[in-house]
Write a protein that binds this ligand. Structure first.
Ligand code: GLY
Length: 494
């Protein structure tokens, strides 16, 4: 059996490990822009071949797949989906695990995703307004008295999302200025080079609560849900600093427990079920709207909010990174068999099993990431880790003449496992300390992810949001927004 993996980051290293663990012992081929050292090793040992090239060029991907004579292609990242790579492969009769262009709209356009959620009245929907230009958005930004989230209307590598709060009245003028500047930078900077969506900017109501990612495999007929993972986007400890692609992620059991033998959890079993229902409804809605089947992975990047309980923040048309490392480390079922079931549209015959152990992933990054990537690129990596403690996933790292050079983004993702999240976090932490750069350029990682304090805070936040949404639910107010108007009293709006 021959499998072509498209993409070369940490997520694809996790997919490669999972595919090569299969009893079917596939020959692994990979196509990516940089040679990932971890995937290269697996490709070589399975007898496959590594191709370097443009993963977003459908003709090129089809040619490589054709030349190899693959049994199927697994597309890792989102951009090939947005560029129609799965569509072109299927037109040529090459089976593919990857969302086609039409259904990947769920991720590509946050505006379309919200339109769909409101049209089909799917729970967990936020108020929003979409704009074609920055100028159109200004009156709303100026007048919106409450806190808002400003977002690029297209998926732009996870960049540009900002929540701006309006608590201090005396700072209102400054906050308006910051909002205007950020909206302008979304349109002019983060959306630069992306001319493929009608809307450029999105304003959403601000919500709070713990975030989590729920991935599902789907063959377009049924969904196979995976364990919930919690990714942490901010660059520094305590959720401070710029938003990144993800600095580290935690998981344990299906619903983010503290530990195997510890009942505390971020999400309850009931909230897990509701989250799966929401993702299922999103798949059904996009398929109905586009008349296209969804073959691959879909994920709800969700938040447990006081308004709705499980709420959709964004959707992914692929596995998250680093979240892929969590779910695929936990997956006990053969990934090749899951892929074959998706291709044959008989996913309902697979009973997937996941390990209950805690998995914590921490990314080691070169200084300069995420906003000065040109400075973060090209530094030789030095490794000093004990074998036998955890494992690693190479991410933005390039194998060149026997050396591993930083690619400008997250270098490596350190994977710790254990009987509780804090225990797994210590394993990942030890691994992180084994990475440095030979030329003295600094690296950083988040030491707080998965610690006892971190878990206690996330659980406390979940409990606060839960108390409020459950109260709303008891009163029949779930998802409803009430406004007090003088002379009229409390009225439902929206
Ligand atoms: N971890 C965030 C993402 O995959 O986009």
């Amino acid at each position: 059996m021959k499998v072509l993996l498209v993409g070369g980051a940490g997520r694809e290293h996790a997919i490669a490990l999972s595919l090569t663990r299969s009893v079917h012992q596939p020959r692994l081929y990979c196509l990516s822009e940089m040679i990932n050292p971890g995937i290269k090793k697996l490709v070589d040992s399975s007898g496959g071949e590594y191709f370097r090239g443009d993963i977003n060029d459908p003709e090129y991907v089809v040619n490589v797949a054709d030349k190899i004579g693959v049994d199927f292609v697994f597309v890792g990242p989102e951009e090939p989906n947005f560029h129609g790579v799965p569509d072109r492969l299927e037109e040529k009769g090459i089976p593919c695990i990857g969302a086609n262009r039409a259904v990947s709209e769920l991720e590509m356009s946050k505006a379309s995703m919200r339109d769909l959620q409101w049209k089909y009245k799917i729970p967990g929907r936020l108020w929003y307004k979409k704009f074609r230009t920055y100028e159109e958005a200004i009156p709303y930004i100026e007048e919106y008295a409450d806190s808002i989230a400003l977002k690029p209307a297209r998926q732009a590598g996870g960049k540009g999302v900002k929540v701006i709060e309006d608590f201090q009245v005396y700072l209102q003028e400054d906050k308006r200025r910051v909002k205007r500047e950020h909206a302008e930078s979304i349109v002019k900077e983060y959306m630069k080079g992306y001319e493929d969506t009608e809307y450029r900017l999105l304003i959403e109501e601000r919500v709070w609560g713990p975030e989590y990612t729920l991935h599902c495999f789907t063959d377009g007929k049924s969904v196979l849900p995976m364990p919930v993972v919690q990714d942490n986007k901010h660059a520094f400890d305590g959720d401070l600093g710029m938003e990144t692609g993800g600095m580290g992620s935690v998981s344990c059991g299906m619903n983010l427990r503290y530990g195997i033998d510890d009942e505390r959890s971020i999400i309850t079993e009931e909230e897990y079920k509701r989250s799966v229902d929401i993702v299922r409804m999103m798949i059904e809605a996009i398929q109905r709207e586009t008349n296209k089947k969804y073959h691959g992975v879909v994920a709800g990047q969700m938040m447990l909010t006081s308004v709705w309980g499980p709420t959709v923040i964004e959707m992914y048309s692929r596995l998250g990174d680093p979240e892929a490392g969590n779910v695929l480390t936990m997956l006990k079922t053969d990934l090749v068999e899951i892929c074959e079931a998706i291709i044959g549209e008989r996913l309902n015959t697979i009973k997937a099993e996941f390990d209950d152990r805690a998995v914590v992933i921490k990314a080691v990054c070169p200084e300069g990431y995420p906003n000065r990537r040109e400075l973060a690129k090209g530094h030789p990596v030095r490794i000093n880790i004990d074998s036998g403690t955890g494992s690693i996933l190479w991410a933005s790292a390039e194998l060149t003449d026997g050396k591993i050079l930083t690619g400008g983004s997250r270098i490596v993702e350190c994977v710790g496992t254990g009987s509780s999240i804090p225990e797994a976090s210590l394993v990942a932490e030890r691994l992180c300390r084994g990475f440095s750069l030979e030329d003295g350029w600094k690296v950083f990682h988040r030491s707080d992810i998965g610690s006892e304090k971190f878990m206690e805070r996330r659980i406390a936040l979940a409990n606060m949001a839960r108390e409020i949404y459950q109260y709303r639910e008891r009163k029949g107010l779930l998802g409803k927004r009430m406004m007090w108007i003088p002379g009229k009293g409390l009225i439902e709006v929206g």
